[in-house]
Design a protein around this ligand. Structure first.
Ligand SMILES: C[S@@+](CC[C@H](N)C(=O)[O-])C[C@H]1O[C@@H](n2cnc3c(N)ncnc32)[C@H](O)[C@@H]1O
Length: 327
């Protein structure tokens, strides 16, 4: 199917209303994976009762990508935003094992003193977590080059609780080592640095330059969503900071990137999103992956069948966006 995208659902309340009846979850409901590996909850990350989803288990890893203060969320004062963050950080702490990892994707508004970055990292000082690394993921495409450095970074904070796994043998990139030029004498022989390496690839380190961001030409793109994180980034995090069958949490699951990466790597997951539409997208994405191996809907969208069968919705999309639909 070609040319059957969907605009950003969050920006079109009318479209959202059309799609809501097709969602399996209402607010407060949870989808249990028939294969027993994942739970998807239409829940609020700040609600203390989400702990019940664990059924007395504990998670080994949490990867959260909250809506940022200044872009995808209601415009908020950074202090209020951080107080709100404290609620889901406390929930995360309770739901994580005594030896576990937490990653948080966080924006920093360069026009406003990098809000809410400063407030957030100060709040984390009293969270019980230890700070571990500040990772930067480099986007391939950026913005704002006329009077500033092109904005291409995504900030990812890494915290730990206790002494979690760190499978460092998995932290190599696909990038071949190219820089030679330092030598060491071993058993009387002069060896060059590339000869001594464990791998011919460079390590990921805390600057990730090898991950393509998600946009409409990527197979993993989920039309209708926005700010989707690349599967490769989630796979890296999950491989390094958990083991097979461990439980992974994502409180802001949106397009289900963490859920899908957990499925691929044989981890269990609990994914939460406050919006029934994104919960439905996560379920559909997982089901589609299991059926076809596909990661997203590059030229189509998660509601392709529903739209095709609803004349009113088809007309709405054509009139407003000139989207023609399934032929
Ligand atoms: C930045 S997106 C996450 C993107 C995700 N990492 C991905 O790869 O698709 C943030 C998501 O958080 C959800 N959200 C906002 N407030 C929430 C809350 N209080 N509890 C749970 N989810 C919330 C939004 O509906 C949105 O889907």
């Amino acid at each position: 199917m070609k040319n059957f995208p969907l605009p950003r659902i969050d920006k079109d309340p009318e479209l959202k209303n059309f799609l809501l009846p097709y969602c399996r979850l209402q607010p407060g409901e949870v989808w249990d994976d028939p294969e027993g590996n994942h739970k998807i909850g239409c829940l609020d990350a700040t609600d203390i009762s989400i702990e019940k989803l664990l059924n007395n288990a504990k998670a080994k890893l949490a990867v959260h990508d909250p809506p940022y203060n200044m872009i995808a969320f209601k415009q908020q004062d950074p202090v209020n935003f951080t107080n709100w963050c404290k609620l889901w950080i406390d929930n995360t702490y309770k739901m994580l094992d005594e030896n576990s990892s937490l990653y948080v994707w966080l924006g920093a508004d360069q026009k406003n003193h990098f809000e809410p970055f400063g407030e957030f990292i100060l709040m984390m000082k009293n969270s019980g977590f230890d700070s571990k690394s500040f990772i930067t993921m480099r986007n391939q495409r950026g913005y704002g080059t006329q009077k500033n450095w092109m904005a291409i970074r995504q900030e990812l904070l890494y915290y730990t609780k206790g002494n979690p796994v760190f499978n460092s043998e998995n932290v190599y990139t696909d990038i071949p080592k190219a820089v030679k030029g330092y030598y060491k004498e071993i058993n009387g022989n002069r060896t060059e640095n590339l000869e001594r390496s464990k791998s011919d690839k460079i390590r990921a380190g805390n600057v990730w330059i090898d991950i393509q961001q998600v946009f409409h030409l990527r197979e993993e793109n989920v039309n209708g969503c926005f700010v989707q994180k690349p599967i490769k980034a989630l796979e890296r995090i999950i491989e390094v900071s958990s083991n097979k069958n461990d439980l992974v949490l994502d409180f802001f699951a949106h397009s289900g990137t963490t859920t899908l990466a957990a499925e691929k790597l044989k981890r269990k997951s609990i994914s939460i999103d406050i919006e029934p539409i994104y919960c439905e997208i996560i379920i559909k994405r997982l089901e589609r992956f299991r059926k076809t191996g596909k990661l997203g809907w590059q030229n189509s969208n998660p509601f392709e069948n529903e739209i095709t069968n609803c004349k009113e919705l088809k007309t709405y999309l054509f009139d407003k966006y000139k989207i023609t639909g399934k032929k």
